[in-house]
Design a protein around this ligand. Structure first.
Ligand SMILES: [Zn+2]
Length: 297
């Protein structure tokens, strides 16, 4: 029998259900657990081919056109087809990725995953620094090539006087803080400048952590938190309709309050009317919840 020649393998981009074994592994590792905003059954695996970003030595990475076909990322079902399209587009613009393995391979430990230059999405955890559940807990945030696109936060206010410390994750990302020195695997490095950012934006992930001030999270793309809250409150069919509308117009729900998202209770109380409006005139999701309520009854 001939050895498989991976160079000749066809590219593959697909969405599928998680197997029972995968679900069990996620639970055993604590990637998914009770209290997670999204039920396990609503997560999907996106499998994809990619150009390989190869590690030559500690601070040197290269891209020679080699392909891999084992990319796998876990996301919310409503976004899964769009995430699949994102990785297909990244392939088309030759954006290289080191690897994309499920978080249970790292015992749900984000720092280990980042240190291994692993690209990932779903993982139930608080935002780095603590507090609210991360958008990763909704399967609606994606991290790409962490060392090339690190996370930096400032540990205390003293940095204003120049006395504090910056925290950089992963540690190997230190040499990539200078974002004008473009190297392969950096989000901004593609020939067409902001091509990667544009691809994410056009497929429902308009927020890029590289645009934040503190922390700055160059690896990270996400939906808005308020859209995530509503998507997981909806039934799966309705969530697919909402995500499509959000892809078309990322300003939806920008007036909703993430601490008390009243659009969730509007949906629960007036579901039929809510969905009728969403299909025909989704601009009500740009109003305040009080204004939108007046359209429901
Ligand atoms: Zn992230």
């Amino acid at each position: 029998m001939n050895a498989i020649n991976f160079e000749n393998s066809p590219n593959s981009f697909k969405v599928r259900q998680l197997s029972q074994n995968e679900k069990q592994a996620m639970q055993e590792a604590g990637v998914w657990k009770e209290g997670c905003p999204v039920p396990l059954d609503r997560l999907r695996a996106v499998e994809f081919s990619y150009f390989y970003l190869k590690k030559d030595n500690e601070n040197s990475w290269s891209f020679n056109g080699e392909r891999k076909h084992d990319g796998k990322i876990v996301v919310l079902e409503a976004a899964a087809n769009y995430v699949c399209m994102i990785f297909e587009k990244l392939y088309q613009i030759n954006f290289p990725i080191h690897k994309a393995c499920p978080m249970e391979d790292y015992g749900a430990n984000d720092e280990k995953s980042m240190a291994d230059n692993n690209s990932s999405s779903f993982n139930f955890r608080e935002i780095t620094g603590g507090g609210l559940p991360s958008i990763h807990s909704y399967g609606l945030a994606i991290d790409l090539n962490p060392p090339q696109n690190p996370y930096i936060s400032f540990l205390d206010d003293k940095h204003i006087q120049g006395e504090g410390n910056a925290k950089i994750l992963p540690q190997s990302g230190c040499s990539y803080i200078n974002r004008t020195n473009l190297r392969t695997g950096m989000i901004e490095s593609c020939e067409k400048g902001n091509a990667v950012i544009k691809i994410f934006k056009e497929h429902g992930f308009p927020e890029w952590g590289g645009n934040w001030n503190t922390p700055i999270d160059w690896m990270h793309f996400q939906t808005s938190r308020t859209i995530g809250q509503l998507l997981v409150a909806m039934n799966p069919d309705d969530a697919i309709i909402l995500f499509k509308k959000y892809v078309e117009d990322s300003d939806l729900l920008n007036k909703a309050n993430p601490k008390n998202n009243q659009f969730v209770s509007l949906y629960n109380t007036y579901r039929v009317k809510f969905m009728e409006l969403l299909k025909n005139n989704p601009t009500f999701l740009k109003m305040s919840a009080d204004e939108a309520l007046s359209l429901m009854s």
